[in-house]
Design a protein around this ligand. Structure first.
Ligand SMILES: [Mg+2]
Length: 267
């Protein structure tokens, strides 16, 4: 068994066989569907560094159209800080979950997020930033409720990064590691994109609708699993084992499918 499959089993789910690249066969109703969309790797292409992504006006107008067609039942669900998503998307995304569920914006207003041990988090952040200064091949991304070490430029550093963060977090009751694409993150224990989706589904625009969740990363798999259990639709963008029911090749093909859904709704 590969290390990747060992990892999936360790975190509590075993991906099913690879679903085919068949998203174009799926059509959704804008009147009874709530859309939950990851950001990096789902709506925008992954870039060499987190701040090097490109967000064009087409994406903003697509999100505006989707929100209008779905009567506001559209949310971004990202691991990034809420404020970064706001910076990139502005008013095109009134509902956003940031920091893997640690932060929430609804109706354009910030809703109280997760509480965590600020002193302990500061200590962790300082140690991680020092690590990145001592080895500039990795990039530290400071987040509101955690911190990430990216090794995209140097994948050979994964073991070193993981070992350091594992020792740093140790047996901490309040924080845990989360793996992502070419990165490992420290985040508060217990928060998740699945919880964020569940929380957002209580809002009036979303309540009673069928969930559609799209993502591209290992960090999205536990939410895929939860959404599947709710009878929702799950879409994996890109390659790799997944428990999502549908797959599409890239952010471009996914956005083309979303645009097709909007256009079908007009006819
Ligand atoms: Mg992503």
């Amino acid at each position: 068994m590969s290390n990747q499959w060992d990892y999936y089993n360790m975190v509590g789910f075993a991906p099913e066989v690879n679903p085919p690249d068949d998203l174009e066969r799926l059509s959704i109703s804008d009147t009874d569907t709530a859309l939950f969309l990851d950001f990096d790797g789902t709506l925008v292409d992954i870039a060499p560094t987190p701040d090097a992504i490109r967000v064009d006006d087409c994406l903003k107008s697509l999100l505006t159209e989707l929100s209008r067609h779905h009567d506001g039942a559209v949310s971004i669900v990202s691991g990034r800080n809420l404020r970064e998503i706001e910076h990139y998307l502005g008013e095109c995304a009134p509902t956003i979950s940031g920091g893997h569920g640690a932060e929430l914006r609804y109706g354009g207003e910030h809703v109280e997020g997760v509480k965590c041990d600020a002193d302990r988090l500061d200590h962790i952040k300082k140690a991680v930033k020092e690590f990145a200064i001592l080895d500039p091949r990795v990039i530290a991304e400071d987040k509101s409720f955690g911190i990430v070490l990216h090794f995209r430029q140097h994948p050979e550093l994964e073991c070193k990064v993981r070992e350091f963060l594992t020792i740093l977090v140790g047996e901490d009751d309040a924080f845990e590691l989360q793996s992502a694409k070419m990165a490992v993150e420290i985040k508060p224990k217990g928060i998740s994109k699945a919880d964020a989706i569940g929380r957002i589904m209580a809002f009036k625009e979303f309540a009673g609708r069928n969930i559609v969740f799209a993502g591209d990363d290992v960090t999205d798999e536990s939410a895929f699993s939860w959404v599947n259990q709710q009878g929702g639709v799950t879409v994996r963008i890109g390659e790799g084992p997944t428990c999502a029911r549908y797959r599409t090749q890239s952010p471009s093909t996914f956005k083309a499918w979303l645009l097709g859904q909007v256009e079908a709704g007009r006819s």
